[in-house]
Write a protein that binds this ligand. Structure first.
Ligand code: XMP
Length: 325
């Protein structure tokens, strides 16, 4: 529509005059905001844009491959894939407190980001998918005393991430900063992003690491990835994906007894967590059809090694939170 295309034209010319012929770095997560930003910047400044996709090892099944194929190969947006899986999982060894896990992941993210931007750079600007609600919220933002431009104090796509080091301060490019989420989606669609990305459920920065309670291991990650895929596949097949705010699996690190054929099993349970919400601040658990729950339960127990039980989370927010950690 008129406002969307006007916004896009104006944003493109503003970015062009801000950036000139300088280089811009964007941390791409594959979420709606950073994806829309990548498409917008590609139009505005073409190959002056470099995206960095840091694979922490906590993405869902097939996601890193999809992201690279989609942005880098199909749309020729320069995306540097950083495989940091080993680094993150080893940093999390022996750590089971939820806040500690988030802190460790946030800190490691900064470290990887710092090293890799030095290796790939230098860059003059950092692009961030800051939206209007974030602008209102963040009071203590730094302004460059000379130019008055905002400079980076945190990386938005991971809101648990602390400040960037003093000597790694970029000027910010934030063309989405006057938009609300639904407007970003319109812009994304107008720029040619598919529904697959624009209509996505929210996914937390620390990813599957906060959906495995307690210590994260490769074995648990593989298990959760398989279960999560089944939940999403079946929600999709039932045509319910877009009616739901988030639908995912959680792995609990306790064992219960079961029976499989004539064998006793002693294995982990998977929680199905599915909620409706307007903004994530409050949420209600989704009343999924029995037939759908039955398929999910059968498939998870039969197809996911290491799981012998499926339970349903029927807690609203508040008092529960959407995520379990
Ligand atoms: P909770 O669990 O607090 O989650 O009810 C509310 C919404 O926020 C998402 N979430 C996060 N998103 N980084 C993010 O980018 C995070 O660390 C994070 N933690 C929770 C959650 O998925 C839900 O949509």
């Amino acid at each position: 529509d008129w406002t969307t295309s006007t916004f896009i034209d104006e944003a493109i010319s503003t970015v062009r005059s801000q950036v000139g012929d300088k280089k811009v770095l964007l941390a791409l997560s594959g979420g709606v905001d950073s994806s829309t930003l990548a498409f917008l910047l590609k139009r505005a400044i073409g190959d002056q844009l470099t995206c960095m996709f840091i694979d922490q090892g906590f993405m869902r099944k097939g996601e890193p491959e999809f992201l690279m194929e989609f942005f880098d190969q199909k749309f020729k947006i320069n995306v540097q894939y950083i495989n940091a899986r080993e680094r993150f999982i080893s940093k999390l060894q022996g750590i089971s407190d939820p806040e500690d896990k988030r802190k460790v992941i946030g800190r490691e993210f900064i470290r990887v980001f710092e090293e890799e931007s030095e290796r790939l750079g230098p860059f003059d600007y950092l692009a961030q998918g800051t939206l209007y609600p974030d602008v209102i919220e963040s009071s203590g933002t730094n302004l460059d005393p000379k130019t008055g431009e905002r400079i980076a104090v945190k990386i938005k796509s991971h809101h648990n991430v602390g400040g960037l080091p003093k000597d790694l301060q970029f000027k910010l490019v934030e063309p989405l900063r006057m938009l609300f989420k639904d407007e970003v989606r319109k812009v994304g669609r107008a720029l040619g992003l598919p529904e697959e990305i624009v209509g996505r459920h929210p996914f937390p920065g620390p990813g599957l690491a906060i959906r495995i309670l307690g210590e994260v291991t490769d074995e648990k990650l593989n298990c959760l990835r398989d279960a999560d895929l089944i939940v999403r596949e079946e929600i999709n097949r039932a045509g319910l994906y877009h009616e739901i705010w988030q639908a995912f699996a959680v792995l609990l690190p306790v064992c219960s007894v079961g029976v499989m054929g004539d064998q006793r099993t002693y294995a982990w349970p998977i929680v199905v967590r599915c909620v409706s919400s307007e903004d994530g601040m409050t949420a209600d658990w989704s009343r999924l059809p029995d037939s759908l729950l039955q398929i999910i339960s059968n498939r998870v127990v039969n197809e996911v090694k290491g799981v012998n039980r499926v339970v349903l989370d029927i807690t609203s927010k508040p008092p529960g939170t959407i995520e379990w950690e």
